[in-house]
Write a protein that binds this ligand. Structure first.
Ligand code: CDP
Length: 213
């Protein structure tokens, strides 16, 4: 295969705890690309709306780097709040330019989220849609929360995840879905290393290689 002339732009989408965040970080490291976790933007908007009483669309328009450093953004409460504000079209519109600018860097980039391959970077030469069964994802998130010392029970984690999946895939504005040309990676029976190896093999089949020494 001839070497592609385009820069490497990788769009990674998928539901909660599918492994897309870990995969995106590792793919970015391997290919020497900057990485944007777009979920963090929606988490920050949900947080500013809930904790500072800001209007979500205004919070999205005025989002600053410092807002992304709030430690509470990683928790499940922030995930639910994110999923609620993410259904508001003005919030999505106000976050669009930042994401598109990030994707347009000359270096190339890796972005992960729910609508990267469909709305933010439909032109990306590499699109991955990372899934796993609801059971496998709930197990992962439950273990992760316990390791962080968060008191919870598995049925609650599973119910909240199912609710968030439903909200994210049924909303009218940029619902979570795989782009028609996305590579589907089901990680139900894969660990992070296997998912990473499968993604790198797919990207290399497209003719992209990591930067040389
Ligand atoms: O890490 P996890 O998959 O649990 O969530 P996340 O990627 O941080 O995203 C949190 C929420 O933000 C999702 O449930 C979506 O509702 C929303 N989101 C979105 O609508 N579009 C994106 N590109 C990224 C996140």
């Amino acid at each position: 295969m001839s070497r592609p002339t385009s820069r490497l732009l990788v769009a990674i989408d998928g539901p909660a705890a599918s492994g897309k965040g870990t995969l995106a970080r590792r793919v970015a490291g391997h290919f020497g690309l900057p990485h944007l976790d777009t979920g963090l933007l929606y988490r920050a908007v949900g947080w500013l709306a809930g904790h500072r009483g800001l209007d979500p669309a205004a919070a999205a328009a005025g989002l600053a780097m410092a807002d992304l450093a709030e430690p509470g953004l990683r928790g499940d409460e922030a995930g639910q709040a994110a999923s609620k504000v993410a259904a508001i079209p003005e919030v999505r519109a106000n976050l669009l330019k930042f994401q598109k600018d990030f994707a347009a860097q000359a270096s190339g980039a890796v972005l992960d989220g729910r609508d990267i391959g469909t709305v933010i970077c439909p032109e990306a030469p590499v699109k991955l849609f990372v899934t796993a069964s609801l059971e496998a994802r709930a197990d992962r998130r439950y273990r992760e929360l316990r390791e962080r010392g968060v008191e919870t029970i598995r049925p609650r984690v599973l119910a909240e995840m199912a609710e968030r999946d439903r909200r994210d895939s049924e909303r009218a504005a940029a619902p979570m879905k795989a782009a028609p040309d996305a590579y589907l990676l089901d990680t139900s029976d894969m660990d992070a290393d296997a998912a990473f190896a499968a993604a790198v093999a797919f990207i290399e089949r497209k003719g992209f290689r990591p930067p040389g020494p």
